[in-house]
Design a protein around this ligand. Structure first.
Ligand code: 9YT
Length: 134
């Protein structure tokens, strides 16, 4: 069994602060745990308004606290986010996330993140195998 604790993880390299200023995330479970998914507690900062397109990953996002909105760009549909809302990007949906207040989200990724990812210019995370390593 693996047991971790968020306040402790926040003091470690598991906490990533996005260079774009929109979010930070503490990745409690990662690829090297060999569970087949990763699990993160993500804070979306108040006023954030940004696009993402996880072309390489499926993701579920559960709102623990805060208020916001997610829009799927293929059809322009907007969905309010409140505590208790989960949105599930089962089609690698291109989307825009807005935080009207700071939002705390629990996020699950399949395949799991390796822990170092920040968004590339398309709002996606590269798969390790796709990275240029030279
Ligand atoms: C809400 C959301 O898109 N979360 C993505 C996960 C988080 N940005 C992370 O850990 O990279």
């Amino acid at each position: 069994m693996i047991v971790r604790n968020l306040p402790e993880a926040e003091q470690s390299k598991r906490r990533i602060i996005s260079p774009d200023g929109n979010w930070e995330s503490t990745r409690l479970l990662l690829k090297d745990d060999e569970m087949g998914f990763s699990f993160h507690i993500t804070t979306i900062y108040e006023g954030a308004d940004f696009g993402m397109h996880y072309k390489n990953h499926l993701e579920s996002v559960y709102c623990i606290s805060g208020e916001g909105e997610v829009e799927t760009l293929n059809n322009g549909k907007k969905y309010p986010i409140h505590p208790g809302t989960i949105y599930i990007l089962n089609k690698n949906d291109k989307h825009v996330l807005k935080a009207f207040t700071e939002m705390k989200m629990a996020c699950v990724f399949n395949p799991p993140l390796n822990g170092k990812e920040v968004h590339n210019k398309e709002g996606a995370y590269d798969l390790e195998s796709e990275k240029i390593t030279n």
